[in-house]
Design a protein around this ligand. Structure first.
Ligand code: PBG
Length: 325
């Protein structure tokens, strides 16, 4: 009896065999590591909802960027908390603002570190919305575009390599592309949060940068979780507006969107393994419900298998260390 002819177990026999036939492999260069920079901090301060993640003053943020760069992670994504917030998020435009300083400090440690910056107003506005408000307290799309464009140009001036608009304003990529080009920054790339869902997975992040909206929610600009075709339309518009890298966010609950985006478009695709995904793993590990390393690598491998070329993850530094051994 020679049934079954094909035995799938043959290639599962040893670790080396399994490695040989692995279809997806994580590598430190797949990752972008997010770093929080704060003007309110003189020292690194741990973030309660995100064990292992800190808010840094600019100099320490740069050191952290260099540390992870030496682990093989090519890029960092900077998020800033300004000294003071106001209705228009004016601190976002200061040439010596928190992000602008962090970019300069990082580039002075090593110009090879790819510096990506978040372009959005929610960290800078006192009301916590991602744009300027109209009198009726709705978010003013077109007026916001001008501020986002100014913020992007000021990040480029400070030395950023890639700007990452995350406000989900319509036309943000086009507005930023034109402003960058008009100011001589035609070589600065745009990574857009193209399909960014209105998600409960952002909770710990909002705690980290104190950016939760003071009233209402982000449903009038971020995407509704039931929608998939709409995500492809959001991405298509960004591609038309000249985007360089597109993103799906969050990652774990949106693997279908990542796969469809990968199959439909041919620009590099990033996926954001967001703060809530990170916090859930940390909590499960601390409650001894799962092994942190195994759980993390399984999740990140799934995100890459779904089609992500780039993964933005708070676990990136830890993963780079695990992959070394
Ligand atoms: C908005 C922004 C958010 C995140 C990145 N950029 C939060 C939001 O839309 O409320 C979330 C990232 C995360 O949860 O890790 N500037």
């Amino acid at each position: 009896m020679n049934f079954p002819l094909r035995r799938m177990r043959r290639l599962k026999k040893s670790r080396s065999l399994r490695e040989l036939v692995a279809e997806t492999r994580l590598h430190p260069s797949d990752f972008i590591y997010p770093i929080f920079v704060s003007e309110l901090n003189k020292q690194p301060e741990s973030i309660a909802s995100m064990p292992g993640i800190y808010r840094y003053p600019p100099k320490d943020a740069a050191r952290e960027a260099y540390r992870v760069f030496k682990l093989g992670i090519p890029a960092v994504l900077l998020f800033g908390t300004p000294r003071k917030k106001d209705p228009t998020g004016s601190e976002a435009l200061r040439s010596d603002g928190i992000i602008q300083s962090a970019i300069k400090e990082t580039k002075s440690l090593n110009p090879e570190i790819v510096v990506v910056t978040d372009v959005c107003l929610c960290e800078y506005t006192d009301h916590g919305h991602c744009g300027l408000l109209k009198e009726d307290l709705s978010v003013d799309n077109d007026a916001t575009l001008e501020v986002l464009a100014g913020q992007a140009v000021s990040h480029a001036e400070a030395g950023a390599d890639i700007v990452a608009p995350s406000s989900m304003m319509d036309g943000q990529v086009g507005a930023i592309r034109h402003a960058l080009d008009d100011n001589g920054y035609q070589d600065i790339a745009i990574m857009s949060y193209s399909a960014k869902y209105c998600s409960a997975f952002y909770g710990p992040f909002r705690d980290a940068v104190d950016s939760a909206p003071k009233f209402g929610d982000r449903k009038s600009y971020q995407m509704d979780p039931p929608n998939a075709a709409e995500a492809l339309e959001e991405i298509r518009l960004d591609v038309e507006e000249g985007v360089d890298i597109v993103m799906v966010k969050p990652a774990l609950a949106y693997l279908d969107i990542i796969r469809r985006a990968k199959d439909t478009f041919h620009v590099p695709l990033a996926a954001y393994n967001v703060s809530g995904e990170y916090a859930m793993v940390k909590l499960a590990a601390s409650a001894k419900i799962a092994d942190e390393k195994q759980l993390t690598l399984e999740i990140l491998t799934a995100i890459k298998r779904a089609g992500a070329d780039i993964i933005i993850s708070y676990h990136a530094a830890q993963v780079a260390e695990w992959l070394r051994r």
